[in-house]
Each structure stands twice: as structure tokens, then as C-alpha cells.
Design a protein around this ligand. Structure first.
Ligand SMILES: [Zn+2]
Length: 325
């Protein structure tokens, strides 16, 4: 039925929930929307749609009322859409595409057997897409980030890798458990998809952001005049600013950072986590000096952003080469 489809589309605006409280807020708004949609569209005489707006021809039809309700729905949708995507769709695809460049033939064969040809690219955003979809995956929403306070010593940061923090996210925990599943069940579809996605998330600097600003989501910024926030700048805006497709970007990164491939493969997990954490702190401290120029921001940071994407791809390939040797 049309209204179910319509509600679904709108409900998908509310994908990621970073905390239980935020999630409750979003759910409340979602139910308000569903109520409005049903109110608007629950009629007995449906005939046609024009430009996505439901038009009813029967006598007594109050076009004005329906349109104003429709506008209300639109208003809620636009105002309360969430902005908390991980690397962003393109970022995760880039990570997967870079990984394909460095995977062994055997690993590619095994992975594609489970996910289909080029499946890592096509499935890489699925863990974000299902966040609001099923009961099962409601539990994974906090597994996409591991917020950490600023000013930790290296030892403190590394301790979180084993003594999982009790708040601020579950990225390390979820990633470890996914790896554990794959070691015993290498063909587990969902675990493989999550591994691809969460390896990407681990290298998003703002997924190691501060808990009090929801990983930079509350740090307001402007991007060529448009409203955005620090989290989204790193997950999406910086990547989109270069104008490449995901395949072009992956190829570009493999060319640009070729000299860093070996050191990245040889580094320890701990070193990679510390590097990302230190980068995150630099990004935060730069906010104090930032003059508001988007061009300047891109100039200052796009290489760091690209390095993180590249590293995620190289490390993902390394993990998969080890898993499917
Ligand atoms: Zn994610």
C-alpha cells in the first residue's frame, strides 16, 4: 500500500541513533510522522498520485487540508532528519574498493562467494541502512563508534581496546565479536558485512570523537554556506568535495599513498588506533583557529581524510587475507 511505502521512506530518514535518549526522541518523532501520514492518506477512494502527492478526486475532497498536512509531514521530515552517517555511503564504498586492490585472489574469491561479485562495495553500507529496521540490529547502533575523551594518554587509549568502555559506544567490542564469528564461520554473511563496515568506521576520526558532543554531531559548521557539523564534515563533506566517484577515488588513493602501503600493513592495530585518536584531537583543536573558510578547511584536511580512507582499505584487505588464506 502506498501509505506504508511512504511511511517507510520517511522512517528511513531516522536511521542512526547514537544514544538511547536520542533514539527515543527520534522514535517519538517517527511515530508522530506515521500518525500524520495515516491521517493524511487514510481514505477510501484513492485514484492517482501526481509528483508524489496524493490526489483524490471525489467530491468533498479538501485539497487544501491534505496539502497542508503533507507540508507538515515534509517539515518534520526535513527538520528532524538525522545526520549521523558513518563514513558516508561513498566513504565506505571507497574503503571496500581499496581493499579489493590489495586482497589475494583467494580472499577475493571467498568474499565474493559470500557477498557476490564486488559484494563488499555493494554491502558496505548495509549496517547503517538496517539500524532502524529490525529488532535484531537495534542492538548494533552503538557499535559504529567509540567516543573517547580528549587528553587521554596512549596507555589509556590502548586500554579501551581490551577493557571496553562502559559508555561512549561499542565499536571495539562489536568489531572483535564479528571477527570472532568469522574465525569460526568464515562464510557468515552478516559478520562479513559488519567487518567491512566497522573497519571503515574505525578509521573515521569522528567515530572516536567526544561523547559530550556526540562525536562532533553537535559541533555546528558551515560548508559553503550550508549548515553541517564536524561529524558530517569528516564522514561526507570532505570526501564529496573532491568530486570523484568511489572507483576513481579508490584508484587515486592507491596511487597517492602507494609509499604508505607497506608501513600501513606492517603497523600494529594499536598504532593505527593511536594515530586515529591523535588525528581526532588535532581536528578538535583546529576548531579554535578555524576561520570559517570551507576552501581552507578542505586544503588543510583533505589529505588526512584520504589517508584514513586508504588505511582502512589496506587494513581491511590485510584482515581478509589473513582470514581466507
Ligand atoms: Zn557505521
Amino acid at each position: 500500500m502506498f501509505w506504508q511505502w511512504f511511511v517507510r521512506i520517511i522512517a528511513h530518514q531516522y536511521l542512526p541513533f547514537r544514544t538511547a535518549k536520542v533514539r527515543q526522541d527520534f522514535l517519538l518523532r517517527k511515530y508522530m510522522l506515521i500518525f500524520l501520514c495515516i491521517f493524511l492518506l487514510k481514505t477510501e477512494n484513492r485514484r492517482t498520485f501526481a509528483s508524489g502527492i496524493y490526489i483524490r478526486y471525489n467530491e468533498g475532497y479538501d485539497m487544501k487540508r491534505s496539502l497542508s498536512l503533507f507540508s507538515l509531514v515534509l517539515f518534520f521530515t526535513v527538520c528532524f532528519s538525522s545526520s549521523v552517517w558513518a563514513w558516508g555511503q561513498k566513504g565506505h564504498r571507497i574503503v571496500a574498493q581499496v581493499a579489493y586492490q590489495y586482497m589475494s585472489k583467494r580472499a577475493i574469491k571467498q568474499v565474493d562467494k559470500v557477498l557476490g561479485k564486488h559484494g563488499m562495495v555493494y554491502w558496505s553500507n548495509w549496517p547503517d541502512e538496517i539500524k532502524s529496521d529490525t529488532e535484531l540490529h537495534q542492538t548494533s547502533f552503538s557499535g559504529h563508534y567509540q567516543d573517547l575523551p580528549g587528553g587521554l594518554t596512549d596507555e589509556d587509549v590502548l586500554r579501551t581496546l581490551t577493557d571496553y568502555p562502559t559508555h561512549g559506544g561499542n565499536l571495539w567490542r562489536l568489531r572483535d565479536s564479528v571477527l570472532q564469528v568469522l574465525r569460526t564461520h568464515p562464510s557468515d554473511h552478516d559478520a562479513l558485512v559488519f567487518l567491512v563496515h566497522l573497519t571503515g568506521d574505525s578509521y573515521c576520526p569522528m567515530h572516536l570523537g567526544h561523547e559530550d558532543d556526540l562525536g562532533g554531531n553537535k559541533v555546528k559548521m558551515r560548508w559553503f554556506g550550508e549548515k553541517t557539523n564536524l561529524h558530517r564534515v569528516w564522514d561526507q563533506n570532505l570526501i564529496e568535495s573532491q568530486g570523484y566517484s568511489y572507483t576513481e577515488y579508490a584508484q587515486y588513493l592507491c596511487d597517492k599513498f602507494v609509499a604508505e602501503r607497506q608501513p600501513t600493513e606492517e603497523a600494529t592495530v594499536e598504532q593505527m588506533v593511536l594515530d586515529t585518536y591523535h588525528l581526532t584531537q588535532l581536528i578538535y583543536s583546529y576548531q579554535n583557529d578555524f576561520d570559517g573558510s570551507t576552501y581552507h578547511y578542505i586544503y588543510r584536511w583533505h589529505t588526512d581524510c584520504e589517508r584514513q580512507l586508504y588505511r582502512a582499505g589496506v587494513r581491511l584487505a590485510k584482515i581478509l587475507n589473513d582470514l581466507y588464506r
